[in-house]
Design a binder for this molecule. Structure first.
Ligand SMILES: O=C(CO)[C@H](O)COP(=O)(O)O
Length: 152
């Protein structure tokens, strides 16, 4: 199975989790390469800037998946979803993480450093990266409806 070209990003409120999850990715067989779009340790870039940068990389095909962290996981998802073709979700439980791929073919997982414990966030990231959307599944037609809505 093909390994992902992955983007990670956060604002300052998600920095520690982004760094920890990024470190995990070095040894993850589902990950081929990782691009970090910030912030760095003393960065204060607002979450929309980081999220839109990551989402644009997905939309352009530079990467297939992204993990974004802010305080709640909400703002990064709202911003990323403004980029055409991107499906970003906030999920902090295993079932939602699973369905975000199997139902929604989400390319971006968003989590909140102020919401979920680090060990759960790491586990959810691992689970999410191991999942693949089945284009022959009944969910495909529903995802296609979303795509068709924003098609030119
Ligand atoms: O969680 C955030 C956005 O959803 C962000 O990390 C903090 O945003 P703020 O509450 O506007 O500072």
């Amino acid at each position: 199975m093909t390994a992902w070209r992955l983007v990670v990003g956060s604002d300052d409120a998600g920095y520690e989790y982004k760094q920890r999850i990024k470190a995990d990715l070095q040894n993850n067989p589902d990950v081929a390469e990782v691009v970090d779009v910030g912030v760095d340790a003393d960065g204060h870039t607002h979450y929309p800037t980081v999220a839109i940068r990551a989402a644009e990389m997905i939309a352009s095909g530079e990467a297939e998946r992204a993990i974004l962290v802010c305080g709640t996981g909400l703002g990064v998802a709202i911003a990323a979803n403004k980029v055409k073709g991107v499906r970003a979700v906030t999920a902090h439980d295993s079932y939602s993480v699973e369905r975000s791929v199997l139902s929604n073919n989400a390319q971006i997982l968003c989590m909140g450093q102020r919401v979920v414990g680090i060990e759960l966030a790491r586990k959810l990231a691992r689970e999410w990266l191991a999942l693949r959307f089945d284009e022959s599944s009944p969910s495909m037609a529903k995802v296609a409806e979303i795509h068709n809505y924003e098609a030119p």
